[in-house]
Design a protein around this ligand. Structure first.
Ligand code: OAD
Length: 248
């Protein structure tokens, strides 16, 4: 494990050295913005039962309750701001834009990477800023400050949050693309994820088997920590600043 004091001497992450850099982020990335993580103390799934709010069965059984839960979450998220870690990634992408080698793959649904200015973001688990109507196969985006919609303007059926809930499959096209990108990356930085939800929980292994330098940023040890070459037991914001602040 590398301590904060050793950052500068031990690790050279100059972005021009890498063909492809992936920041793979989870709920811990957003924690310093004030958005609770899912597991652990104070986590969303400690306060709320996912089978009442975050699965298709719950939505079919009581759509109003599920939509209200997501509306409240979205309003709270809308009050949060990206932190220095989000900004470091956004600035890196801007500064090294000509290299086209920086990409965020996130499990987060909050849109904070985009609000920080990052363009190349893949949302694995969807977005709380989108609804969809499955019968019409239509996607509806809503902006900060808007209250959202309950029913599809076309067929008048309930719309559901465009989020990968428990029991849902990930979009196979996204998964295929992400798999290829991870195989091509030579620097993989996992930030703030417990690595317990599949298939995302296997991404570090794929990166490592493909020869990427793998780094974990997480104040806690995870089940996957052993796979990473470097592990920074620190919060996302300060860690990303220490590792990349000097390059932006
Ligand atoms: P978890 O809640 O499972 O894990 C959050 C991780 O962030 C933990 O390992 C914490 O130690 C770490 N952490 C906490 N504060 C941090 C900080 N300031 N800096 C860095 N790390 C910090 O969240 P995820 O791994 O993202 O799915 O969970 C994966 C998926 O499970 C989520 O996308 C969500 C959930 O069910 C959906 O909503 C579809």
């Amino acid at each position: 494990m590398i301590s904060a004091a050793q950052y500068d001497n031990n690790i050279d992450l100059f972005p021009e050295r890498f063909r492809k850099i992936i920041f793979f982020t989870g709920a811990g990335m957003s924690a310093e913005s004030g958005i609770p993580t899912y597991r652990g103390e104070g986590g969303v799934w400690h306060q709320y039962r996912w089978d009442e709010y975050a699965c298709q069965e719950a939505f079919e059984h009581h759509p109003e309750k599920v939509l209200e839960f997501h509306r409240i979450r979205r309003e709270k998220i809308g009050e949060c701001e990206p932190h220095e870690g989000h900004l470091v990634i956004a600035r890196l992408e801007k500064k090294y834009w000509r290299l086209q080698n920086i990409q965020v793959i996130t499990q987060n649904i909050d849109g904070l990477h985009q609000r920080a200015g990052t363009k190349n973001v893949t949302e694995l688990h969807g977005s709380i800023w989108k609804y969809r109507c499955d019968p019409c196969q239509k996607l509806f985006s809503i902006q900060q400050g808007e209250s959202g919609i309950d029913k599809c303007p076309l067929c008048k059926k309930w719309v559901r949050p465009h989020i990968v809930w428990f029991g849902d499959y990930l979009d196979p096209d996204i998964l295929y693309r992400v798999g290829n990108e991870i195989r091509r990356c030579d620097l993989f930085i996992s930030v703030g994820t417990s690595g317990t939800v599949w298939p995302a929980a296997g991404f570090h292994k794929l990166a490592s088997q493909s020869g990427a330098l793998c780094i974990e940023i997480n104040p806690e040890e995870t089940e996957n920590s052993g796979y990473f070459r470097h592990t920074f037991r620190e919060r996302a914001g300060s860690s990303l600043s220490k590792l990349f602040g000097k390059y932006i």
